[in-house]
Ligand binder design. Structure first.
Ligand SMILES: Nc1nc2c(ncn2[C@@H]2O[C@H](COP(=O)(O)OP(=O)(O)OP(=O)(O)O)[C@@H](O)[C@H]2O)c(=O)[nH]1
Length: 430
């Protein structure tokens, strides 16, 4: 549910003020880039006091919004803002309370007195173990299907046959399944493994090694601002992931700026603004118009404000919608006009429930915009998780694009870096 943004009525907007630099590629030709046009600042009334809003020409509707001037108390109960017009084509009140973010549940529990003999786990350890529990829970369907095969059985050919079926059912695909089972048979022979538990441990190691090439730390400090373009099919979790990443990057000390490049769906822009408010970061938005313009302005704004990260959201699209795939290529090209080395990272967000279709998505988006990484969401619920094994195997000609993060829920800390060993353990129910 989106909050209603209360329109702040700026007392004035500077006459003739233009909005975004147009992303029209004609005007962004190699002959010379247009000077980035001034943008309408969030708290515009202080900046441009000369002319009443009613009489002012409506500027090109670029909005640069300081998402929240007062830090948002993430744990505070949500006070619904007074419902008013949703307007983002002029300055928006900066201190609108957004809805409370989904935070890890904080159920008050009676705290037992720590015994002097019992070492207390460090907060980081608690956080880690809770993440692993959630990952395991998210992948429990596959975990039970595969892990259950090793209970009370002999190590014989029928175990391998059942494993083959379970891996295929988990969306691992034929290539990965064959590769994994060939390696497992060889290990069983070589090490003369006779216990089902030993075979399970061997499978976990082989799977972890198989997935390891997909594990890569995200190069947050590679450039400044690091421009990250985010793409994916409709509803994959792009905007939500951007919000979670903004939170995570800020926690690492980064200064984040967001670009509402999904100009197709108005609610997506508002959704991103909510995330901006929650994280207290600037959001560059435009009412309708060209997503490339928003991206272009955001990169320039990021540089001017010395942001360390600029994340550009884009509208969801299917690889079969060729004109929309062309639009995505254009956004990428125009970002490159604002900064020759950008976008530094091009991420595809994939819904973990998509199964083998994820492979087709990766192939198509990779061909269009040359992906640098994946974010796999919704590995909770019905996701089977084996798709990552298929990606690692280069199934159906897919390039094994690194998986930077995986998501197992809607809470802020439900998106975490992909760790092959943890994922492999969860997949086999360990
Ligand atoms: N269960 C679960 N839900 C998620 C996860 N990530 C995102 N979602 C939910 O998925 C839904 C769609 O997420 P969005 O971020 O709006 O997806 P989008 O890709 O930006 O959508 P479009 O802009 O329409 O293409 C929202 O309800 C999110 O809360 C996840 O890891 N687990």
């Amino acid at each position: 549910m989106f909050s209603f943004f209360k329109r702040k009525k700026p007392s004035s907007v500077e006459t003739g003020q233009q909005g975004s630099a147009t992303p029209d590629e004609g005007s962004l030709s190699d002959q010379g880039l247009p000077e980035p046009q001034p943008t309408v600042e969030g708290p515009a009334e202080d900046a441009h006091p000369q002319q009443p809003l009613e009489n002012a020409p409506i500027p090109e509707p670029l909005v640069e919004r300081e998402a929240a001037q007062a830090p948002v108390d993430l744990l505070a109960p949500t006070a619904l803002p007074a419902a008013d017009t949703v307007q983002v084509d002029v300055a928006i009140q900066a201190d609108i309370p957004g809805p409370a973010p989904e935070l890890p549940s904080h159920t008050p529990m009676p705290t037992p007195e720590p015994s002097p003999d019992t070492p207390m786990p460090a907060p980081a350890e608690i956080e880690k173990s809770s993440w692993l529990t959630r990952l395991k829970k998210g992948l429990s369907r596959t975990g039970q299907n595969i892990g259950g095969l090793f209970v009370g059985v002999k190590v014989d050919e029928s175990l391998f046959e059942d494993l083959e079926t379970a891996l295929i059912m988990a969306d691992a695909g034929v290539e990965a399944t064959e590769k994994l089972l060939t390696a497992l048979r060889a290990r069983v022979r070589k090490e003369k493994l006779s216990e089902a538990g030993q075979v399970k441990a061997a499978l976990r190691d082989i799977l972890a090694d198989h997935l390891a090439p997909l594990e890569k730390p995200f190069p947050l400090g590679k450039a400044s601002p690091l421009v990250i373009m985010i793409a994916g099919v409709n509803g994959a979790g792009k905007t939500t992931s951007i919000g979670k990443l903004a939170y995570a990057f800020q926690a690492q000390g980064a200064k984040v700026l967001l670009a509402a490049g999904d100009t197709f769906r108005a609610a997506a822009r508002e959704q991103l603004m909510e995330w901006g408010a929650r994280n207290n970061v600037t959001v560059i938005a435009q009412d309708g118009g060209d997503p490339a313009a928003v991206a272009f302005d955001a990169v320039n704004a990021g540089r001017a404000r010395e942001a360390s990260v600029v994340m550009v959201d884009t509208a969801g699209r299917l690889p079969t919608q060729l004109h929309l795939m062309e639009e995505l290529k254009k956004i990428k090209r125009v970002i490159g006009k604002a900064d020759g080395a950008a976008p530094h990272e091009v991420l595809l967000v994939i819904d973990g429930n998509t199964g083998q279709n994820a492979i087709a998505q990766i192939r198509a988006f990779d061909a269009a915009i040359n992906l640098t990484g994946l974010v796999v969401t919704k590995l909770d619920g019905t996701a089977k998780g084996g798709t990552l094994a298929a990606v690692a195997a280069g199934s159906q000609g897919v390039r094994p694009v690194p998986v930077y993060w995986i998501g197992v829920g809607e809470a802020l800390n439900d998106l975490q870096p992909f760790v092959a060993r943890e994922f492999a353990a969860a997949l086999i129910g360990d």
